[in-house]
Design a protein around this ligand. Structure first.
Ligand SMILES: Nc1ncnc2c1ncn2[C@@H]1O[C@H](COP(=O)(O)OP(=O)(O)O)[C@@H](O)[C@H]1O
Ligand SMILES: [Mg+2]
Length: 350
């Protein structure tokens, strides 16, 4: 039997008992060899790879729709050659001929592939299917995104509250910082960080996904960025793309500033921290003008003002407010500085 408790893994073999500590395993889960459905079998490893083996999109089968976002559809499917399920992402049919969305899609796949890191999702393949549609495949992270976790916490879900204490959520945020620091070292700013773009697996391993709006230093912008649309019109759905209300935008983007740097991600991290602390979104506006007003004309609320009933640790409130300064010069000057502050807080509570 294998029993995984909060911070340790204990393996019992017939006649022997050995204990292995995995301090990095923060989630709680129990599994036993009696439930074998997740086990991998030798009949799979030893299976012949046919001489006429299938390559490209032809090797994927058993597609199941997993998520449908503003621009893309995500499926899980089975890779016949490597005998595993993967995630398959492709553009919505009505966007397949859009040059800008095609460019963003390619950028997302290639940027993610080039910032390979323990906290970014491994990309397996980029290609076209039989009808010419672009797709890329990536690791199937079995877990939940932070939006679903925070929603469950807000609804008082007991199991989620046990699994995701504040300390574990801060650890997750620190892992997000690791990915962003690494990406910035490679000249990449995410710019679209929000709880839905943070995935946590079964063992609290964390991945930052969705790098389609990333800025790459020294490279020309893809035109028609959402910020230019925020500037010029209050339409929420420019050029056939459904962005939804930009509840996770930043002061720089909503002002349409031409020069943004890594401090844009600091603001986004502050807004994710705000949600971790309060279980509520920082911005509430329903139209672009309302969001603009909230961001640029009124002081942003402090976490403790929004949820006075919660005991929010003061150092975390300070880190959150410092990250959410409207002017980039008043924020932590880098994601690394924010990450260090979070790590110092965690160390002080141990
Ligand atoms: N590799 C993955 N493994 C598991 N779930 C994923 C994976 N990639 C995305 N998802 C889920 O699908 C959702 C949408 O994916 P995302 O890449 O952000 O699409 P979009 O570009 O449409 O926003 C995510 O919020 C997450 O819940
Ligand atoms: Mg997304």
């Amino acid at each position: 039997m294998v029993y995984i408790s909060k911070r340790s893994v204990t393996l019992f073999f017939i006649g022997t008992k050995s204990r292995i500590k995995y301090a990095q395993i923060k989630g709680t889960c129990v599994m036993s060899v009696e439930s074998k459905q997740d086990f991998f079998r030798l009949s799979e490893t030893d299976r012949i790879l046919e001489v006429h083996w299938r390559s490209g999109s032809l090797k994927y089968r058993d597609f199941e729709l997993m998520d449908e976002g503003g621009i893309a559809k995500l499926y899980t499917c089975f890779d016949e050659n490597l005998r595993r399920r993967v995630v398959y992402k492709t553009l919505h049919d009505h966007l397949k001929n859009s040059e800008i969305e095609t460019q963003r899609f390619l950028r997302e796949a290639r940027v993610t592939a080039n910032i390979a890191h323990p906290n970014t999702v491994p990309i397996y393949e980029l290609g076209r299917d039989r009808s010419g549609s672009l797709f890329f495949t990536m690791k199937h992270v079995k877990g939940r995104d932070l939006r679903a976790i925070i929603r469950a916490l807000r609804n008082g879900d007991k199991k989620t509250s046990e699994l995701f204490s504040l300390s574990i959520l801060i650890d997750i945020l620190i892992q997000v910082c690791h990915a962003l620091v690494y990406a910035q070292q490679r000249g990449v700013i995410h710019r679209d960080l929000k709880p839905a773009n943070i995935l946590t697996g079964e063992f609290s391993e964390t991945y930052v996904i969705d790098w389609g709006l990333a800025k790459v230093w020294g490279e020309p912008e893809l035109v028609d960025l959402p910020n230019s649309n925020y500037q010029s019109s209050s339409s929420l759905t420019p050029s056939g793309r459904s962005y939804g209300t930009p509840l996770y935008t930043t002061p720089e983007l909503i002002r349409g500033d031409s020069m943004v740097d890594g401090r844009v991600d600091v603001f986004c991290l502050g807004s994710v921290l705000f949600e971790i602390l309060t279980h509520k979104q920082l911005l509430q506006g329903e139209t672009i003008d309302e969001i603009k007003d909230e961001l640029l004309n009124r002081p942003l609320p402090k976490p403790s003002q929004v949820t006075p009933e919660k005991e929010i640790p003061e150092p975390l409130e300070d880190i959150c407010c410092h990250s959410l300064a409207i002017e980039p010069r008043d924020r932590f000057d880098s994601v690394q500085a924010l990450s260090s502050a979070l790590q110092a807080y965690q160390a002080s509570t141990k």
